[in-house]
Each structure stands twice: as C-alpha cells, then as structure tokens.
Ligand binder design. Structure first.
Ligand code: ATP
Ligand code: MG
Length: 385
C-alpha cells in the first residue's frame, strides 16, 4: 500500500500578499533538506505532499523535514482509491489494537456515497469489529484515525500529527552572522534566529596553535548540525585572534583579557558581516551568565559596534533552559566535548565583571587596534558545509 508524507505549513499561511514568496522559500528548503533521497514534492489544497519515497526512507525523510522551519506538522498517510474496502484496510494498518479512538473524516469529494459523519460511524464500527479491545471515545481518544477523501478519487488515511519545527522558512527574514564558539549557547542562539526565517552564516574565532584542530572540528560539527535548520547549507568563516590575544597578554592588565578580546571580536564580526551582506550579529550571550555577560560587560563590547543590530536571543534564559534546547536540536553532545575555546586561552583569574569604559579605553590604548583588526581579517578562511 502506497504511503505519502503530508506536510502542513505554519505561520507562512498568514502572510497574505507575500505568501507566494514564503511558500517558494519553504519548498526550496524542503528540497534541499531532502537532497540525496528520491522524492517528489507537490502542493495539494493548502499543504504539501511528499510522494514516491522508498518505504525504507520514510523515517529519514520525516526527521529531515522536522528540521525545516515553516512546518507546522507532518503525517504519514496511506493513499488508496476512495473505495470502502481499501479505506478500511488502510485504517486497520494504522489502528492500534487497544485503547480508545475515534474516526475523523474530511470529505472534499461531495459525490462520495456517505457524508463525513456517516462515514466516520461506519468505519468506527468496522474497526471495532476487527479489534475487540478497542473502545470509542469522541472527546479524548488515545488516538485518531483520520480519513481524507479527496476530489481525485483518492483517499488518505493517517494517524498521528507529528510536530514540525514551526517558525518561518529560512531565507525570508534576511541574513545574519552567528558568532559561534564551541560552547552550548551559540548554536542554540543560531537555531532560534534561523527559526524566525533568517539565513545564518557562522563566524568562529580561534587561537591556533593554542587551540587545536580538534577544537576546530568540533565547531565544524556544530555548524553542520545547524545547516539542517538553515535551508540545508551554511557558510563557516574562521578568523584567528591568536596575535590579538598575545598582544593583550603582553601589554594590558590581565583582568581585561576577555573584555578587550570581546571588543575585538565584535569589531571584526561587524566588518565581516557588512562585507558579506549579513544584516546583524547573533551571539549566545545570556545576561549575567559569566563575567563578560553582565550588562556592563555587554555595554563595553557593544559600544564598538557602529551600525548593525546585535541579536542576543538567549539573554533571558537560564542555563538549564539553554541546555534543554541544545539537547532538543541535537547539538548538546558535541558542545560538551572538552576542547578549548579561544576565550579560555590566557584566561584571567579575576576577569573584570563590571568594566568601566574609561578603564577599558585606557587598556585598549596600549594596542594597535586597527593594525590587529586588519591582520585578523587577513586570516579569514571560509568553508561551505
Ligand atoms: P557559548 O556556550 O556559546 O560558548 P558562553 O557561555 O561560553 O557561550 P562566552 O564564551 O562568554 O559565553 O561567549 C559569549 C558569546 O560570544 C558566545 O555565545 C558566542 O556567540 C560568542 N563567542 C565566544 N567565543 C567565540 C569564538 N571563539 N568564536 C566566535 N564567537 C564566540
Ligand atoms: Mg564559550
């Protein structure tokens, strides 16, 4: 018996005039996420059908589509001719053996012999006869047998509504540059913004050779995991801050290492973003989580930004909430691998928690800021994942 995947879309639906544009982005993202798997996507009365998928690929297709933003829910449906016997056979396949259930019928084909109510009652009776341990409960059933009698002489029969990723199709809300470390927070921040339809590019700062290649591979893994949510591809930019950290270490008061490094990172990020057409920066900062993420710390790092907004979607989250999301999106296990981040190189024992701009500027005055930025920009490497 042939099966198809029904994909229902989410908020896109609300977008009136722009709906065509949103839907095209949505379909393109679905197509990219299914690259390498045989399938056909077809629009059918306000939703999409993914057809001609090999039986053994169906689960894989579902799990890929569950990462495509814009999806409200998915179901795997049997498609049969609109014939009572065939519909009953399909319903028996998705029906559980015990528990309570109801039949929900939607009848687009008004020429069908029974109306929706009559059909649900008939099919319910047939299922009860086949599975004696079943009971009907129309108010809060354990499961629902859904029957969709289409106009084209075909009927779809399905059970569960699997949750989709929600959000908006990636690519419909501009482009942002995610500052990604190897930690737990930044991938979660990227995921949240991609969910609102923004296409991500990633920027990672490393301190090679103080940080090793495994640290870099770990970040690549995280970026790859994000690409599944990012319309199937993602760019990763890598920039060395080794010399910047060495110069801070040599010339400035130890406690200002992170404060000063963050200001370099923000300046470099904004320049890169502007040069590659990204419209904002995204960080995984959370208010008060560590010394550099106090409001004073953020003021210090934010004050070097000239034009772009800096999105900090995790600002109001507790660490355990971030961890929960990180598990749900599948980045947690990689994030906790124990490789060093550049921020942990030359880590001060007592980082300033409330830097005063006057002091920061005094420390920074000991450095050739422009020269160091230019040098860092020249180390840029970009890969596509
Ligand atoms: P994360 O878990 O994302 O590493 P964190 O709690 O360790 O965050 P910090 O190390 O203070 O916090 O970093 C705050 C934010 O700054 C990160 O979420 C990320 O957006 C950015 N960031 C930190 N280190 C790097 C890096 N090496 N490359 C790029 N961005 C970085
Ligand atoms: Mg970190």
């Amino acid at each position: 018996m042939k099966r198809v995947i029904i994909v229902r879309y989410a908020e896109i639906f609300l977008k009136g005039k722009n709906r065509g544009y949103f839907e095209r982005s949505f379909v393109m993202n679905m197509e990219k996420s299914l690259r390498g798997i045989k399938h056909e996507i077809r629009r059918a009365s306000g939703r999409y059908l993914v057809e001609n998928v090999e039986e053994e690929e169906i689960e894989g297709v579902i799990s890929r589509l569950q990462k495509v933003f814009g999806t409200h829910s998915l179901s795997v449906a049997y498609v049969v001719d609109s014939d009572l016997e065939q519909i009953k056979e399909a319903a028996k396949r998705i029906c559980k053996q015990r528990g309570t259930f109801k039949v929900e019928t939607h009848r687009a084909d008004k020429s069908f012999s029974m109306n929706s109510m009559e059909f649900s009652a008939w099919l319910g009776g047939e299922l009860l006869a086949s599975f004696p341990s079943l009971r009907v409960d129309v108010h809060s059933p354990d499961f629902v047998v859904n029957v969709d009698i289409r106009e084209n002489g075909k009927t779809m029969v399905f059970g569960e509504f699997l949750p989709g990723a929600g959000g908006m199709p990636v690519g419909t809300a501009g482009r942002g540059l995610l500052l990604i470390s190897g930690g737990i927070d930044s991938p979660v921040a990227g995921h949240m913004i991609a969910k609102r339809g923004m296409k991500l590019e990633c920027l990672h700062f490393h301190s090679y050779p103080y940080t090793n290649l495994q640290a870099r591979e770990k970040v690549e893994e995280l970026v790859k995991a994000l690409s599944a949510y990012n319309g199937g591809d993602i760019k990763m930019h890598c920039i060395s801050v080794t010399h910047i950290q060495e110069c801070i270490h040599k010339n400035c008061t130890e406690d200002y290492m992170i404060t000063l490094l963050r200001r370099f990172m923000m300046r470099i990020s904004e320049r890169l973003a502007l040069s590659i057409g990204c419209q904002c920066l995204i960080t995984g900062e959370s208010l008060g989580q560590v010394a550099s993420q106090t409001i004073e710390g953020m003021t210090s790092s934010n004050s070097v930004i000239k034009t772009l907004p800096v999105l900090r979607p995790l600002c109001g989250f507790d660490k355990n909430e971030i961890i929960e999301r990180s598990r749900a999106i599948g980045t947690y296990e990689t994030s906790i691998l124990p490789y060093e981040d550049c921020c942990t190189v030359f880590l001060p024992k007592f980082p300033v928690t409330k830097p005063k701009l006057k002091d920061v500027l005094e420390e920074e005055g000991k450095l050739d800021v422009e020269g160091l930025i230019a040098e860092a920009m020249a180390s840029l490497e970009t890969i596509e994942l």
